[in-house]
Structure formats: structure tokens, C-alpha cells
Design a protein around this ligand. Sequence first.
Ligand SMILES: [Zn+2]
Length: 253
Amino acid sequence: MRWFKLNSPRLHGLLLFLGALACVFALHVSAVNSQTVHSELARFRPIEVWRPAHETNFGKRYAKDIYGRPAQNEPIVVLHETVVSAASTIRFFQTPHYNEADQASYHDLITRNGTVVHFVSRKNRAFGAGNSVFRGPNGPEAVKTHRIYPASVNNFAYHISLETPADGNHNGNHHSGYTQAQYRSLAWLVTQSKIPANRVTTHKGVDRSGSRKDPRSFNQRTFNSLFNRFSQLNQTKTVSLPPATFAGPELSD
Ligand SMILES: [Zn+2]
């Protein structure tokens, strides 16, 4: 037992060697894991379906506001949650609403399993956030497009909503949050829009009525981490992806 006497240089050597071996192994496992995640993200495409909103629930984007001034704001992303189920939301947007006060829509919705439901083309104006303003690096931005209703961000907004979990169907401040599949589809979708991170906001963030707090229980860190990784993949991509099942028009007007 001379070999394993405490303080023996051989014992120290052996421990150092085993420690180094464990480190190399851990690094290898983590590199393999991150490579697997990386290639999974590179190949990722969500399932996408079209459920067109009724034409009463959205409009055209205007080139000028009601005073005739050019309205050429860069686009922003506004994140929402549905509060009710995806099925109820789809039904509501596909129902004709001839009363202007009832008209509402998002461009896209992400269901609990990560499916992207398209309602309104990004080239059109979805009615997602009336009475709102975006306070970004260029100062407050809102466009008045209606004689009666207050100015809003709708003219340059891309509205994306997350389906709320079943325990969130109330007016409280919290619920159990969104699925990983939803965060992944959301990060992918926002990356595809090419709208920069400093122009991604929430309904709560742009609301002026003081009544909107969505998306509640949103994990900003999870979203940021996935968004950064998709953005890096997009920058380093040398081979173009196969044609998309949904070729959404760019938000250009
Ligand atoms: Zn909202």
C-alpha cells in the first residue's frame, strides 16, 4: 500500500491524471452536445399552415398617415399571447366583423406544439395593437391611420402571438409559460423576418391603454438565446435552404 500513502507524489500524480481525463471527457461530451444542438437548429423548420383571417379583420399598410405625411417606419415585431386557445383565436379571426371595434388579428400564431399558423400576410396591416407607440432608438413611433382611433404601431408592426397554456385563461399576471417548441418556432420566425433585436417588443411594451400585459410569463432569456443562435446560423449559412412551404412576402411597405 506504499503507492497510496497520503501525500505520496504518485497519488497526487494519479489524481491529477484522473482529473485531466475527466475534464477532457466532459469537454468532449459538451462539444458533441453543442454540435448536435447546432445542427438541429440549422435544419429546423416549423410546421406552417395558413388559416387566412377574414378581410374585415385586417387592412393595407399605408404609405402616408391621415395628415398626408409619409409613414416609412422600419418594421417592428410585437409579441402577444392568445389568452384563449389557438382554436378559438382562429375562429375569431376567420369570423367577419363588420363593426370596426370588433376587428382584430395577428399576422401569425404559434401553437403549443410549435406549429406556425399564418393569418395575415406580412405585407398587410394586422389589427394587433390599437392605441400604441414604439419607443425605440429613433424616439416614439406611431402612425395615425384612422380618423377616430388613436395612432398605433400597426402600420409597421409584425404581430406574432403565442398560444397561452390552459392555466392562463384568466386576467391574472402569471401562468405556467410557453413550451420550448414555441420559443424555437418564435426565434426562427423572428430571424426569418430579418427585423433586428432592438425592434422586437411586446404588446405590453407598446400599449398606451394601460390594459395590456401580454405576453405574460415570457422567458426573455430563453428567447434571446435561441434568437442569437438562429441569427448566427443565418449569417454563417453558405448553402441556401430548400424552398419554404410558406414564402411570406417581406415587410417592405
Ligand atoms: Zn396582445
